[in-house]
Write a protein that binds this ligand. Sequence first.
Ligand code: ZN
Ligand code: ZN
Length: 337
Amino acid sequence: MIPSHTTAAVLTAPRGTIAVASVPVAAPGAGEVLVRMEACGLCHSDLFVASLEKLPRVPIVLGHEGIGRVEVLGSGVAGFAVGDRAGITFLASTCGACELCLTGRERFCPRQLNFGYTVDGALAAYVVVPAPLLFRVPDALPAADAAPLCCAGWTAYGALREAALRPGQSVALFGMGGLGHLAIQYARHLGLRVAAVDVSESKLEMARSLGADLALAAENAGRTLQKQWGGADAAIVLTGSPAAIQQAFRSLKRTGTLITSGLSTNQYELPIVDTVLKGISIRGSYLGTRADLEEVFRLAQSGVGRAHIETHPLDQAPELFEMMRRGEILGRAVVVF
Ligand code: ZN
Ligand code: ZN
């Protein structure tokens, strides 16, 4: 059945307010499906979208960490049946024809569309979505547990893979929010020594409980890591804070790798001399490969990369985003429908 309207968390204007509103639901067109949402996580990238001066379209339904069930199939949809579990990520569609799309790096496609940014996202009871980039999600995982894996888990795992470390090497993770608390679990699974860095003592406490070898306050974390470990082989910044990037850079060993993965409109000034003379590699990391996300779901079923979640009804989304802005969410806030 196709409802005429659905409730949704909507960004009303660029830099506008996030409100819960009723929006119309269309019938799924060719290649599209109607998904009845079960859960959707709230991500800092939603706040990043809400912070932009210009947006491709408003009002826009936010949300790109969604788990639901296929309710109605449009024409020509292969690979999904009514009732199947589907995961919605930040990637809504790609061109499928460019060099990046053809080499498994479709997340960098210049013609991509993104849920909660260029097309309506998953923070709605019902959404109509293009089918090609929907992910199959194991039925064994409860929806609220699986939702944060669609962005936070995928991004954290992708960033660790981008760092290309060997077991026994060390990684410093900056930012112990939704991504960071999952990154610790993946890093330990990969056999790495893990340092967790954050400004919040309660988040560092969680990092310790998840098995971080070191849990450090953000201020002077770089110097502390130099003193304690002689620097880290890689530092992964999971926030958009320039101060965190600066500390991450300082925490590196010679020939170490800095991975930035958090979005921000801020700028960071590159320390050129140290980059050159210490042979530092700097890489951006965005989501991961499709195989990475499949691995993230597999790992979660074996107990690795379980998100610490707090579940809430959709009407609390505006307040939850404000709490997230203030850094008050521990783990991931997940809306359940
Ligand atoms: Zn996200
Ligand atoms: Zn492409």
